[in-house]
Design a protein around this ligand. Structure first.
Ligand SMILES: NC(=O)c1ccc[n+]([C@@H]2O[C@H](COP(=O)([O-])OP(=O)(O)OC[C@H]3O[C@@H](n4cnc5c(N)ncnc54)[C@H](O)[C@@H]3O)[C@@H](O)[C@H]2O)c1
Length: 253
């Protein structure tokens, strides 16, 4: 879990899960570039993390913006060896047949097309560095079908599939690619749903509660580190057991 000498770009790192990943990377000895639309929050997280952190403005849907982010990492820290494709948006939460086409296309653009653009943008720098590790943040909604997540689920299943294609194609460059599948985690994205962080607050998961962003960071740090040197094309559910199977149904008491 040692990230000494690693330089990682975390998209959507200004808050929520991305900020927790950035904190985990620096705590493990690595350097981080936080790329996000939210300059104020992103700058504050970078400042909190000190010398081994930078903020850069990044719109993950814009290839030119990606080029600048990669340049920022190489200029600041000398190389780029890691990428966490974490930036994402939620959708309308309506039945799929009622989801407006514009919403569907926007969610696919931000949550899936951006991952293709991002991987393509970082590979030259990783080849120069002699290899790297890419962690794509999918979702429990990319492991099972969840109602009312048409666009979001389609994007997250796409991220899972694209990760496997990339793992195969980039293995020869010593670039590993894996996907992480968070369950329900309390962040600014999910707070409006009213979820409670208390024990028993999320009975859908066998552990009975939602996750804290810090509980996701270990999985990402591990996959970025040389401890995962033989792990590529894998998918790691960090979801309190939510997608392991249906809950226990007690028949006759
Ligand atoms: N919170 C959960 O329960 C949960 C569960 C499964 C998967 N996820 C996934 O984890 C990731 C992070 O989610 P979160 O809960 O921390 O959400 P969040 O809304 O708290 O943070 C998302 C970050 O992405 C940034 N972002 C959005 N669009 C962007 C763009 N075009 N360019 C650059 N940055 C952009 C936002 O500004 C924000 O800082 C997302 O991909 C989400 O789908 C979250």
């Amino acid at each position: 879990m040692d990230l000494s000498g690693k330089v990682v770009l975390v998209t959507g790192g200004a808050r929520g899960l991305g900020a927790a990943f950035a904190r985990g990377i620096v705590a493990a000895g690595g350097s981080v570039v936080i790329g996000d639309l939210l300059a104020e929050e992103g700058t504050a997280v970078a400042k909190e993390l000190g010398e081994r952190a930078r903020f850069t403005h990044l719109d993950v849907t814009d290839p030119q913006s990606w080029q600048r982010a990669v340049e920022t990492a190489v200029e600041a820290f000398g190389s780029l060896t890691g990428l966490v494709n974490n930036a994402g948006v939620t959708a309308s939460g309506v039945p799929m047949v009622e989801e407006p086409l514009e919403t569907f296309q926007r969610v696919i653009q931000v949550n899936l097309v951006s991952v293709q653009i991002g991987i393509s943008a970082v590979v030259p720098a990783m080849r120069t560095a002699g290899g790297g590790s890419i962690v794509n943040i999918s979702s429990a909604a990319g492991l099972v079908g969840l109602a009312h997540t048409g666009a979001y689920g389609a994007a997250k299943w796409g991220v899972r599939g694209l990760s496997k294609v990339a793992a195969i194609e980039l293995a020869g460059d010593r670039i590993r690619v894996n996907s992480v599948h968070p369950g329900m985690v309390l962040t600014p994205m999910t707070a409006p749903t009213g979820i409670s962080p208390a024990d028993g607050g999320f009975p859908n998961a066998p552990l009975g509660r939602v996750g804290d962003p810090g509980e996701l960071a270990g999985a990402v740090t591990y996959l970025l580190s040389d401890a995962a040197s033989y792990t590529t094309g894998a998918e790691l559910a960090v979801d309190g057991g939510w997608t392991a199977g249906p809950p226990i149904v007690r028949v006759n008491g």
